[in-house]
Design a protein around this ligand. Structure first.
Ligand SMILES: NC(=O)c1ccc[n+]([C@@H]2O[C@H](COP(=O)([O-])OP(=O)(O)OC[C@H]3O[C@@H](n4cnc5c(N)ncnc54)[C@H](O)[C@@H]3O)[C@@H](O)[C@H]2O)c1
Length: 316
């Protein structure tokens, strides 16, 4: 298949590109390199340095001339705090940028649109754990609102223009190539701090002294589901996680033991807006796609540690 991966220079998108190419697909990448890196892009992918919000004309020209069968969309403004500080920029990239892609997709015969949504942020502080796709989303940030809005637009483009879609609502994705940015990606933030011998902060709740719980899913498992939905799961929404809740402190301890690098952590009270618990019910992905995670958190974290050590950064 001929596939355009938007955001293919980023953490998750670049693993999706690798797997598509390994499976014989022809892949183009659109990315503005705002958080992604050119070095992440598979050498056999054709790269187009474009911004999905500002470069609409060039984007349309690309989609028209290359006649992609699939658009896989992983580009986003992905920071929840940034979306709260500047909802307009969030909407420009996440809503308007995606609408630019969708308009070109229907105009130029794209068959299917695969969209990276967010299970964790759509769950909000929901009482039902693990959360399933049919539970009513609790939207507590502009980032969550923009992701959910796009899910509704996808249904509109399917109903009115026949563009098939699959929505993948990811839990907390971790693995090689994740960049610590101070706000999200606790595994990469902890790893970076360990490498520098710096203590990390764990935000706690009065009744949860080991910190919030999250559902951690290894990036290669996420890439694998992106391969399966090339020809399955049309016009459906899938949670992609493990259903297992792990506290922040447990992640810290696994990394500490794996690295044999003992730096005490600092415990602080939760920040405004921190969710207590996230875990996704992923039965639907198993029923429809036969997808279920196979990499345990320990295995995935060890592979992530090795990838960091390969980059020859040493634990101080
Ligand atoms: N990492 C997670 O745990 C997680 C969880 C849920 C959902 N998601 C979603 O998965 C997707 C990928 O996330 P990631 O963690 O790989 O982030 P990432 O920042 O590594 O990847 C995003 C990519 O999009 C590119 N990009 C951003 N704005 C762009 C624009 N205007 N035009 C073109 N390219 C642009 C960036 O340069 C980057 O390469 C995002 O949509 C994110 O919201 C991620």
């Amino acid at each position: 298949m001929k596939i355009l991966v938007v955001g293919g220079a980023g953490f998750i998108g670049s693993h999706v590109v690798d797997l598509y190419i390994d499976n014989g697909h022809e892949v183009h990448v659109v990315d503005d390199l705002s958080t992604g890196k050119k070095g992440n892009i598979h050498p056999r992918a054709k790269f187009h340095h474009l911004d999905i919000y500002n470069d609409q004309e060039a984007l349309t020209h690309l989609i028209q001339s290359e006649k992609f069968e699939i658009i896989n969309h992983h580009a986003a403004q992905k920071s929840v705090p940034a979306s709260m500080e500047n909802p307009i920029i969030d909407a420009q990239i996440n809503i308007m940028g995606t609408l630019n892609l969708l308009e070109s997709a229907v105009e130029h015969g794209v068959k299917k649109f695969i969209f990276a949504s967010s299970g964790g942020t759509l769950a909000g502080d929901i009482s039902k754990i693990p959360t399933s796709e049919v539970d009513t989303p609790v939207l507590v940030s502009p980032y969550a609102i923009s992701k959910y809005t796009l899910e509704k637009y996808l249904d509109f483009y399917y109903q009115h223009h026949g563009l098939n879609y699959t929505v993948l609502r990811y839990a907390n994705v971790y693995g090689p190539r994740q960049v610590p940015d101070g706000e999200c990606g606790v595994v990469s933030i902890f790893l970076e701090n360990f490498m520098q011998g710096k203590p990390s902060k764990i935000y706690t709740f009065p009744h949860m002294p080991s910190g919030a719980t999250r559902d951690y899913i290894f990036v290669k498992e996420v890439a694998r589901v992106n391969l399966l939905v090339l020809d399955d799961g049309d016009n459906q929404v899938f949670n992609i996680g493990t259903g297992v809740e792990t506290s922040t402190e447990s992640v810290y301890q696994i990394l500490q033991d794996g690295l044999k690098c003992y730096v005490p952590c600092i415990k602080e009270p939760k920040r405004k807006g921190d969710l207590e618990r996230v875990s996704l019910n992923c039965d639907q992905a198993f029923k429809q796609l036969g997808w279920r995670y196979q990499t345990s958190l320990q295995q995935g974290l060890m592979e992530t540690i090795y990838s960091v050590l390969e980059r020859k950064i040493e634990c101080k």
